[in-house]
Every structure is written in C-alpha cells, then in structure tokens.
Design a protein around this ligand. Sequence first.
Ligand code: ZN
Length: 453
Amino acid sequence: MDAVVQYLRDHQAEHLDWARVICRIPSISTKPEHADDVRSAITWTHDLCERIGLTAAVHETGGHPVVVATHCEAAGAPTYLIYGHMDVQPEGDLSLWDADPFDPVVKDGKLICRGSADDKGQVLLHLRAVAAWLATEKRLPINVKFLIEGEEEIASPNLGPFLKDHADELACDHVIISDTGMYADGWPTITYGTRGLLYKEIRLFGPKHDLHSGSFGGTVANPANVLTELLASLHDADGRVTVDGFYNDVAEATAAEREQIRALPLDDAEYAANLGSPGIAGETGFSTNERRWIRPTLDINGIYGGFMQEGANTIVPKSAGAKVSMRLVPNQDGGKLSTAFDATIKARCPDTVRLEILNHGHADAYMAPLDSKPMQAARKALQEAFGREPAFIREGGSLPILPMFRQVLGADCLLIGFAGPNCNAHGPNENIVLEDVDCGAEATARLFKHLAT
Ligand SMILES: [Zn+2]
C-alpha cells in the first residue's frame, strides 16, 4: 500500500494535468452543438483508461456515447462497477464567472472550472487509484469495471437501455459512485440515501374567457381562488402533507439514525442566512437535516393564471394552474402516490371548475444497506486517507440511477463524494479543493485493498 500511496504523491502534478485537459473540453450534454465535445470527452477518457492499463471500449447509445473500461484479473475477488459521467452542465451566466469556465485555473488550493467537481474531477480519482496500483503492484486487488457516460446532466435517457443490453458485461457485486458532496471541506462523506420525486401539474378552467370582475365576480367560480384553496389544503398546521395516505408507506428512520443526523453540526440561523431566507420552516418535530433527508415533502414549484402584468386588470381569470412536486422517502411508491394525489385533488375540487391533472413523472428513493461490506471498507479507507471518521449523510435530491442499478444489475451503490459544500456544481466558479482530491485518490486506492479482504 505504501508504494501505491507514494506513487499518487509523486504523480500529483501529472494527475492534476489530466483534470486540466479533460475540463478544457466543453462537453455540455444538453446543447446539441456540443455533441462532438461530449464525444471527445468520452474518447479522451477511453484513451486514458487504456494508457493506465485498463481494457476500454467506446459504445454507441441512442444519444451520447459511453466508455466501458475493465480490469478483471483478480480471480475470486469481488467485482465493482465504478460509475461516473464526463458531461457537464452549461456554463450559465458568464459574467458570474471569474474566468473562462473551460479554462481551468488553480487558485487558493482549488481547481476552478466547469466539471472540476461534477463529475470529471471525481471520476479521475478512481482512475488515479487504478494507475497507481497497476504501475506499482502490477495488479488490482479487486475486479473493476468503469462505466462512464455522457448524459448524466440530461437525466441519463439512454443509460437504462444500455445497462439492460449489457447486463452480463456489466455484472458486478456492488456499484461505486463519486458524484456527491462532502458535509464540510476536508470531511470525507458517505451518502447512503436519496429521496425520490413525484411531479404533478394541476390545471383549473372556469369561464370560456376572462370576465369583468365587477359584472361577474362572485357569481361563478374563480379558478385562481379555487386553486389557492386547493394548494393551501395540501399541508396542515404542522407542515405535514395532507395527500390521502401520504405517510402510509414511509419507512421511518430509526432512533439511532436520527441521533446520528442530529449530531452533525448545523446552525439553523446560519443555514437560513446562507440561503438568504429570513428563517427556517418545515414539519414540526424534525430538525433541518431531518426535514431535507428523511422526511417526504411537497413543494409548489410555480403558480400561473390570470393577470400578471404591470398595473391592474380587474378580471375573473378563465384558468389557473400550478406545478407541484413531492420528494419521497423509502418505501413510498411514486406510482401509488400519483394516484392518491389525483384522488385527493379530485375529491377537494368543486365541480364549478373543470380540473385537469398532468403527470410529469416520478423517481424512486434509494437507501443503501448501512452494514454492507463495501460501506465498512469505505469507512476504513476514508478514515485512513483523511485521518478523520467519515460523515454519514442522506441526500435530499434524487438519483434515479441508484434504483436503476439495483433493478437491472441487482447491485447496491456506495456513494463516496469529494466535492466540498461550496463547490458550486452547476453554478458559476465550480471548484474542487485539491487537498480533498488528493486525499480522495488515496482513499480510493486504499478502498480497493479493503474491498478485496
Ligand atoms: Zn454529477
């Protein structure tokens, strides 16, 4: 292990150059004019994989290509699939960046550029670890298969079909992903759960056109009035969601988990101030971290209808609508709750307006087994590399690929993230702390060893 770690230290500058080169490619998957750049990023990754001793191939999909790279010579050892993505978000408002987002800058111990944290910089950690093992020990202690795609930032539309078509080739005991964050700079972090999502839209229609509110107001139902009543009815005074049966299937967090979450430092006033919010709010009886990780929530994402321009226009609008999303926790079922949501709204909606409910899809929540061997191996490896016990957290957002890996490959996921809380992924001046990256590469190299035993 010493030689592997020493190799990583000796090649720190060279490995930083890998990041500089790959981050220079504007592989923005959502923009068709950057399709060739996504392909270049995938090809570059393929070439790097081959150079460090993996066997790699670029595969076409219905969209951007993927690269699969393997090293499966550890007979009897478990097989790990390492997933990541080399596509990035658009640069956004350039005036908010201190430099060109695709011209990497090293400043104050950070690599600043689009993709430095999400996810190019994190994919490279694993490749650095492989390079170090193969250069020094001439072997890997486990079997690895890399699956690096180019469509994560557009919700991986072709990943599911690709996994199904290559299920044998990608068969593994466990999946490892570094595409999440750290609870604090320098604090290695394992994310063991994500929330699911259910997205709905309510549309209400009243008169055939906007009406004079003086002549007709108070004689027919106003869709905007009805909408606000419906929306207001979706929470009770304790901030609980009132969709019928909403909490029926919720897998409640254990007392031990809640205690562990509450032990993580979080200052509510500072949290609110960082968000520019006058104060925190949420379901009674739960802390801020509990509210965003272990509790299901409902948010109105947007409200539309009626007169929205400057000045005053006295009307009864002909229609109104709202987009509403719910974050789900294990074992809530998005399909079942979608039906429950529709039934709840229908039952509460008066027949003086016409109601339409649209579906904008759903994704499942995910929980990794906390007592798994990979989880214990990761804890040890992170502790050794960072000199600090890792934080165990859940993530409030949704990662539909996690339930997908479980469903298609029958494999659970280990999420170890090295992006700092201020990495600004998707935003201006995206960055990653170089010290965290270097410790991350060492942790990954150590993880390979612990996973083998
Ligand atoms: Zn990502």
